[in-house]
Design a protein around this ligand. Structure first.
Ligand SMILES: *[C@@H]1O[C@H](CO)[C@@H](O)[C@H](O)[C@H]1NC(C)=O
Ligand SMILES: *[C@@H]1O[C@H](CO)[C@@H](O)[C@H](O)[C@H]1NC(C)=O
Ligand SMILES: *[C@@H]1O[C@H](CO)[C@@H](O)[C@H](O)[C@H]1NC(C)=O
Ligand SMILES: *[C@@H]1O[C@H](CO)[C@@H](O)[C@H](O)[C@H]1NC(C)=O
Ligand SMILES: *[C@@H]1O[C@H](CO)[C@@H](O)[C@H](O)[C@H]1NC(C)=O
Ligand SMILES: *[C@@H]1O[C@H](CO)[C@@H](O)[C@H](O)[C@H]1NC(C)=O
Ligand SMILES: *[C@@H]1O[C@H](CO)[C@@H](O)[C@H](O)[C@H]1NC(C)=O
Ligand SMILES: *[C@@H]1O[C@H](CO)[C@@H](O)[C@H](O)[C@H]1NC(C)=O
Length: 863
């Protein structure tokens, strides 16, 4: 442990450095006490006084003790000694000046002189405020440990209160053991603070109500969070003289992947009268988290767990430090607290004089205690760009965050947290506990958040089809639902992953790729099957290119998309855990695997599902996401043959500017599926996915690869060309997979061929959008179902095709009088080079509503 000389000396050093730079000059507290309870006067990082025989400790109904088997990661001072009170209440009295004081209580629950940590319950009060009531430091520590990720979790903690000493010139701290219990304390700190730093704030707003409590002399406060957002831990000595600790915010972010630290600001922070130099250290303002280019698609969100039934004050610290933000309107954003608008329009150039000027705002919100239990709830803090203000950059950012609980009728004490035993490392935790602690535990504490991002990035890049392995019996494949809160990414321990895969057993391998192996695993007491991808530590290509996309993609949830359940990053392993798709890839069921034939209707349903997944990608977020690698191996099937789109590794965000409908990118994708327009001009649009999907449709119809290089005539090599040619000639039925040829109703085939053909048009602008593809495929399915109803009439005439030979009507056995025309659609189709056509689609419903039929009539127009 480092020991410093006298604190005064380092204090002078800081003073000296401020004289030469514009560094914040520290506040000099008028009152300052630091007691090493039960221990000796000593110096570690700061000078600690003993409480023995001191003026603060009038009676001797207590005794001192040292912890049994102290945890080596717990600092020695002040935690290696404690003062214990086992009989009656006990008061420390500190002579102080009037004004607000920080009171910090240091606790390390351990076995002291035979007293078990879990046997200690006590109350603490100070100057009329109840700070803690029947408090268990043991339960609190175990709760805090589950919130902290990072090994080893540390069982010691500090409770920080703010008490305004009005006219008594003394601050009393009273410990009262609960009946048959004992109280203990390891350290006490009292530091005064500037009169108006937290009290009597003029910049306070109420969220969800028009007025609320003021923070005045009669309000006690407890600090719950103090975060250096986007920055590193700031130790008490690096605070502005009040010895506050500022923590990293990573573990409170929701979801875990929302990274986006702004590079540290190098110029001085310019404090003002409104934001005096003691408000927060420069480091708080010189680091921040910003949304970056994906801002339109998500909210930058923190989840802050608090006791319910109290008011909370959130202090948000801002400073514009991004180089390009130079004027009013550069960035404008909104602040939401608990899903309510707390601030409609934040523009730092309006609030301050500009770059480098810090500012803070306070918001007060009440957290309702719905069931009277006082249990913990999340405060949601979210930032989003204010797009209607048309900012130059759609961005939002935050530099620091403090959360205080406000006393209610003099009380600050909440119930003890429930016991959540920290599992011994080798045994996997029970699913229920995992669920409960997930939002907090899913975040990496000490480890650079970028690693998580990298894992996710790699995962998406590398996600390859999950092949069904021969020796895996289907009764092993159980639940598909991970039972996780959607949108949240879970962190697995390496032991959980090893247990899930039997130490990465070779027989569990279900896929291999250049980037690593894919295993089947079972988690949550073997209830849930998952696909576990173990990445080679060496394969890191593509990291930068996909960095931003992935942060977003991990958040997308849709029944028709394969989702990432979580990751593991322990012991140098990089492991990604996905939904397990027990039926493997679509391709396996068409021509690659030894699977039984998929009936036509099921194929059609799979196509519709995949189309819906793509439609969601294109439209589910504010900006389109282009998959870029749509193919039959990236469409996976779950145990019910529900199609899910996978592998977003190559995904790109669609254009942002209005009027531009493409993004320029290097051409990536798979031969045979690639949009020729994209290939030629490197301009990527959603329509590139539509093209690839058209190729998949033909694959589904014909059960052959999109490219066959050997053993076929040249004209048959490329399925897209070959399929369109046959469609144009009206001979599509000739190339249909023989196994399903007799199942397909001719008008369904015609419709399906028409959809595939339109998807494969050379010009992207002529291709339909995915929602139209969904809709038309559903229509094709209806045609098939309608035809099956009148079974028998289907099998005879297999002309199918395009209706090229003049007018062609497909009549259904509906009598005119039973029918009311619901809708008629007209659409154009072009068969490049041959002719164009107009089709009319009639949708009929029987008058009694019992049946619904559709038919099509088409006309070919000469060119
Ligand atoms: C309190 O602790 C002291 C020292 O261990 C012991 O002698 C005394 O009996 C205890 N009193 C009670 C009420 O437990
Ligand atoms: C307290 O902890 C000890 C072990 O440290 C354990 O044996 C005992 O059962 C615990 N008591 C309660 C009430 O949890
Ligand atoms: C603190 O305790 C001392 C001595 O018991 C008493 O004189 C003083 O009034 C108390 N102060 C407060 C604020 O309760
Ligand atoms: C204190 O809390 C413990 C555990 O939560 C409970 O068993 C006990 O009854 C409580 N005591 C009082 C006085 O409320
Ligand atoms: C204070 O910050 C400086 C750099 O800003 C760092 O070098 C130093 O270690 C910090 N001191 C403590 C006690 O954390
Ligand atoms: C910084 O703090 C010192 C000491 O309180 C004060 O004299 C100085 O004016 C402050 N500077 C600014 C810019 O507020
Ligand atoms: C805010 O909205 C999210 C998602 O819509 C919801 O899960 C959460 O419970 C809401 N939070 C509050 C405090 O209402
Ligand atoms: C951001 O949060 C607000 C308030 O909860 C909500 O109305 C909005 O839909 C969210 N935006 C996104 C993109 O999630």
């Amino acid at each position: 442990m480092f020991t410093f000389p006298l604190p005064l000396f380092s204090f002078m050093l800081i003073l000296f450095s401020t004289a030469t730079t514009t560094t914040a000059q520290p506040y000099k507290p008028t009152d300052y006490f630091l007691l090493n309870c039960g221990g000796a006067t000593t110096t570690s990082d700061r000078k600690w006084d003993t409480d023995e025989r001191s003026k603060f400790l009038p009676s001797t109904t207590s005794f001192t003790s040292t912890p049994n088997n102290p945890n080596p990661s717990v600092p020695e001072i002040p935690y290696s000694t404690a003062r214990i009170f086992n009989t009656s209440s006990f008061t420390y009295t500190f002579p102080v000046t009037n004004g607000p004081k920080f009171l910090r209580l240091y606790f390390y629950p351990a076995t002291y002189s035979g007293y078990q940590a879990n046997q200690s319950f006590f109350s603490v009060s100070s100057n009329g405020y109840t700070l803690l009531s029947n408090f268990s430091a043991f339960l609190t520590a175990s709760y805090l440990e589950t919130k902290l990720v990072g090994s080893p979790p540390i069982p010691n903690f500090i409770k920080e209160y703010l008490i305004y000493v009005s006219d008594t010139q003394s601050l009393n701290v009273t410990f009262t053991p609960s009946p048959n219990s004992y109280a203990f304390i390891n350290g006490i700190e009292i530091v005064s603070l500037p009169e108006n730093l937290y009290y009597k704030s003029k910049k306070m707003k109420y969220v969800g109500q028009t007025s609320g409590p003021m923070i005045k002399e009669d309000t006690g406060l407890e600090n719950i969070y103090r975060l250096n957002v986007g920055g590193s831990q700031i130790s008490p000595k690096n605070d502005t003289g009040m010895y506050r600790s500022w923590h990293q915010d990573d573990r409170y972010l929701f979801p875990v992947t929302a990274l986006g630290k702004t590079p540290d600001y190098q110029s001085p922070i310019i404090y003002t009268a409104d934001t005096p130099n003691y408000t927060a250290p420069e480091l708080v303002y010189a680091t921040q988290r910003s949304m970056g280019q994906l801002s339109e698609l998500y909210n930058l969100t923190w989840l802050l767990e608090v006791d319910s039934g109290f008011y909370y004050m959130l202090r948000l610290h801002f400073c514009s430090i991004i180089e390009g933000y130079t004027r009013l309107g550069s960035a404008a954003f909104k602040i939401f607290i608990n899903n309510q608008t707390a601030e409609e329009h934040v523009d730092l150039f309006y609030w301050t004089q500009g770059t480098g000027f810090p500012v803070f705002r306070d918001y007060v919100v009440f957290v309702y205690d719905f069931d009277g239990s006082g249990r913990k709830q999340d405060i949601w803090l979210a930032l989003a760009p204010k797009l209607d203000a048309r900012p130059q950059y759609s961005d939002a950012f935050l530099n620091g965050l403090e959360v205080f609980k406000l006393s209610m009728k003099g009380n600050l004490a909440g119930p003890n947290p429930e016991l959540r035993p920290t599992p011994p490392p080798p045994s996997p935790p029970s699913p229920s506990r995992e669920k409960r602690t997930l939002p907090y535990a899913a975040i990496i504490g000490g480890i650079c958040g970028a690693l998580v991002l990298m894992l996710l990035v790699l995962g998406f890049i590398l996600f390859r089809r999950v092949k069904r392995s021969g020796d895996m019996s289907s009764d092993q494949q159980k639940s598909k639902d991970s039972g996780l809160p959607s949108g949240r990414c879970r962190r697995f321990t390496i032991q959980e992953v090893k247990d899930a895969t039997r130490e990465f057993d070779e027989t569990r391998v279900i896929g291999r790729g250049g980037f690593g192996m894919v295993y089947i695993g079972y988690i949550d007491n073997d209830k849930t099957a998952v696909a576990i991808k173990r990445l080679n530590a060496l394969s890191q290509q593509g990291f930068h290119e996909f960095q931003t996309e992935i942060g977003l993609l991990s958040k997308l949830r849709h029944v028709q998309l394969v989702s990432l359940i979580g990751y593991c990053d322990e012991e140098g392993e990089m492991v990604l855990v996905y939904d397990y798709m027990s039926n493997g890839t679509l391709q396996d069921h068409l021509y690659k695997g030894k699977n039984p034939n998929l009936p036509w209707k099921q194929r059609l349903e799979i196509c519709i599902g995949a189309a819906k997944g793509l439609h969601y990608l294109h439209t589910g977020a504010n900006r389109a996401i282009i998959h870029r690698d749509v193919k039959s191996t990236n469409i996976l099937l779950d145990e019910n043959f529900v199609a899910k789109v996978a592998d977003f590794g190559l995904s790109k965000l669609g254009p942002k500017e209005k009027g531009v409908d493409y993004v320029n990118t290097a051409v990536k994708g798979t031969l045979g599926y690639m949009d020729p327009e994209y290939y030629k001009y490197q301009q990527l649009t959603e329509k590139s996915d539509v093209y690839s999907f058209g190729a998949v449709l033909l694959e589904v119809l014909c059960s052959r690869p999109v490219i066959i290089t050997r053993g076929v005539p040249d004209e048959e090599m490329n399925l897209a060309e070959w399929g369109r040619k046959n469609y144009g000639k009206g001979t599509l039925h000739e190339i249909v997979d023989k196994r399903i040829r007799d199942e397909i109703a001719p008008n369904c085939l015609m419709k399906f061929g028409e959809v595939a053909n339109s998807c494969l048009r050379m010009k992207g602008s002529k291709r339909p959008k995915m929602d139209e593809v969904v809709w038309r495929l559903e229509f094709a399915l209806q045609l098939q179902e309608a035809a099956e109803k009148i079974d028998g009439e289907v099998s005879g005439d297999m002309k199918g095709g395009s209706g090229m030979s003049g007018n062609q009507e497909f009549m259904f056995p509906v009598k005119e009088e039973d029918v009311s025309v619901v809708e008629e659609y007209e659409y154009n189709y072009d068969l490049e080079g041959t002719s164009t056509g107009v089709g009319i689609q009639h949708e009929l419903t029987s008058t009694d509503g019992s049946s619904h039929e559709v038919f099509v009539s088409e006309k070919v127009l000469p060119r």
